[in-house]
Write a protein that binds this ligand. Structure first.
Ligand code: MCA
Ligand code: AMP
Length: 482
């Protein structure tokens, strides 16, 4: 069994995964994923239809055991996004839960159900050759400012180094039981939320979908840690006033962790006031996995993402390209990082890979300051055309292109607007092709959801006679919110 998962090799009888009434111990997972892995061995690359279900976890572990790179696909991807990912990643096989009907872009591929291995325990266990630490483990698609999403190639050493650095920062052990409801096609939910507990030999309960009742139930019946995006903590903060059981459950947790976007200080405070517990923030990115965190044994401080994780080098660089040396809580620079946690490349995009690095440092595009004791505070982002909504990164250009394909749209611009629940809300500014009969808000939301993904749909549409443009004809987005 792969050294990625010592508890599988040790055939631990402790719980590993629970999704509703489906659960596996580490030993059972070793059998299920092991026999699925035998069927995957030799494949060049597999896609997985990443529903929030047990089969997705088993399928990803199987691919990792077999040493076959795996591409998690959002099961709510629209046609265009799916076609792009299928074309770009060119999987030789697709894994899916039994009974799932796959859309055309994937249906033509050979398919293996994620339960294909179960019941095959009588087969002799196979010892898979462990690939090199540099070998690709996962390819995770992430949006940029323009163009379709890029596949970040994550090597095996990035997974192990980030998960072990988090274990160090959070004192995360085999005794921890994690609960979360994050999607399984991104780093947060899949790598931290599923592979993390498995690597520790601990366990995870996935709620299937987020609700505060599920969080309260699990934290009051044995779960020790909660992972969530700020939107989830905001909804918890809102519910706390009328839900003493939720407050009690959170108060009993060992660690509450937030990430993927900034958790507003107001929500930090409301949760601390109602539960006596401080939410710990960590900062990461698909391309870098985790960079910094407030440590479990460190001082929790709202509004900061803590200190660099073990093995991660972090520097701030100002606009002239010079390193910001001051730890004064006010000198701003772009966060650049270096370390074993980094991706190796964007799949099929050497141009984009090259542009992402400077002297071996990865440019995150996030702007930050450092407190005198080294705590990092993120203060903004370089690109205005990147929107973080519900913890998802969304490129404005991608949505604009799809809106422009709608027959009722003459011009389109997309921006992010502050939103108490989602952090940012996607706003589409539309010049209708036929002002007397403009497309409705619902029609445009459905169009974007159908082509890209549900979370990329505009939540607000504003209709204009013309978009504000400068002398060069470029849309002046800053003038839109005027
Ligand atoms: C409404 N719905 C529609 C439409 N209108 N669906 C399709 N087309 C439409 N026009 C439906 C949705 O399908 C869904 O159905 C329901 O309305 C609500 O969906 P949505 O609006 O997406 O939900 P939400 O309430 O806005 O979701 C909030 C959320 C979600 C649960 C917090 O945003 C979320 O899961 N975020 C996690 C993001 C994440 O994991 N990011 C990590 C990447 P139904 O009711 O059936 O669901 S960042 C990362 O990995 C880095 C490394 C890091 O640092 O972590
Ligand atoms: P993604 O590309 O979807 O992996 O998102 C990565 C981005 O999420 C980072 O570049 C940050 O802008 C943002 N992010 C992640 N964690 C945090 C955090 N704790 N606070 C603020 N921003 C965060």
């Amino acid at each position: 069994m792969s050294p990625l998962f010592p508890a599988l090799a040790a055939r631990s009888q402790r719980p590993a995964l629970r999704f509703g009434d489906r659960a596996l111990t580490h030993a059972e997972l070793a059998d299920a994923a092991g026999s699925l892995a035998r069927r995957l061995a030799g494949e060049r690359r597999v896609a997985i239809w990443a529903t929030p279900t047990l089969g997705t976890a088993v399928g990803v572990v199987a691919a990792l055991l077999a040493g076959v790179p795996v591409v998690p696909v959002n099961p709510r991807s629209g046609e265009r996004e799916l076609a792009h990912i299928a074309r770009d990643s060119a999987p030789t096989l697709v894994l899916a839960e039994p009974g799932v009907t796959l859309p055309p872009a994937l249906a033509a591929l050979p398919r293996l159900d994620t339960d294909a291995g179960t019941g095959a325990g009588e087969e002799a266990p196979e010892v898979f050759t462990e690939p090199s630490p540099e070998a690709p483990a996962l390819i995770v698609y992430t949006s940029g400012t323009t163009g379709p999403p890029k596949g970040a190639v994550l090597p095996r050493r990035a997974l192990t180094s980030t998960l072990d650095a988090l274990a160090d920062a959070w004192q995360w052990t085999a005794d921890d039981v994690l609960v979360h409801a994050l999607p399984l096609f991104h780093v947060h939910g899949l790598i931290l939320g599923i592979l993390g507990p498995l690597r520790r030999g601990g366990s995870v309960t996935h709620l299937g979908r987020f609700d505060t009742a599920g969080v309260a139930r699990e934290l009051s019946s044995g779960a020790t840690m909660l992972f969530g995006v700020p939107t989830m903590y905001h909804r918890i903060a809102e519910a706390l006033a009328d839900d003493p059981a939720l407050a009690e459950a959170l108060a009993g947790a060992r660690l509450l962790v937030s990430g993927s976007a900034a958790l507003p200080v107001h929500d930090h405070r409301r949760i601390a006031a109602a539960t006596g517990r401080r939410v710990v923030e960590r900062y990461g990115m698909t391309e870098t996995l985790m960079n910094t965190s407030v440590r479990a044994d460190g001082e929790p401080r709202a509004g900061t993402v803590g200190v660099p994780l073990h093995g991660v080098e972090l520097r701030l660089v100002d606009e002239s390209g010079a390193a910001v040396e001051k730890y004064d809580g006010e000198s701003v620079g772009e966060i650049q990082v270096r370390g074993p946690n980094l991706f190796t490349e964007y799949l099929n995009r050497p141009d984009a890979t090259e542009a992402a690095f400077t002297d071996g440092w990865f440019r995150t595009g996030d702007m930050a300051i450092r407190d005198p004791d080294g705590y990092v505070r993120i203060v903004g982002r370089k690109a205005t055309d990147l929107i973080k909504s519900g913890g998802y990164k969304i490129g404005a250009g991608e949505i604009e292109n799809v809106l422009l394909e709608h027959a009722g749209v003459r011009e389109a611009a997309v921006t992010g607007e502050p939103d108490p629940d989602l952090g940012e809300r996607i706003v589409a500014w539309i010049v209708p092709a036929h002002p007397e009969a403009p497309p409705t808000e619902q029609e445009l939301a459905d169009h974007v959801a159908g082509q890209l993904a549900a979370h990329k749909r505009p939540r607000t549409v504003r209709y204009l006679d013309a978009l504000p443009r400068n002398d060069m004809g470029k849309i002046m987005k800053r003038a839109l919110h005027g």
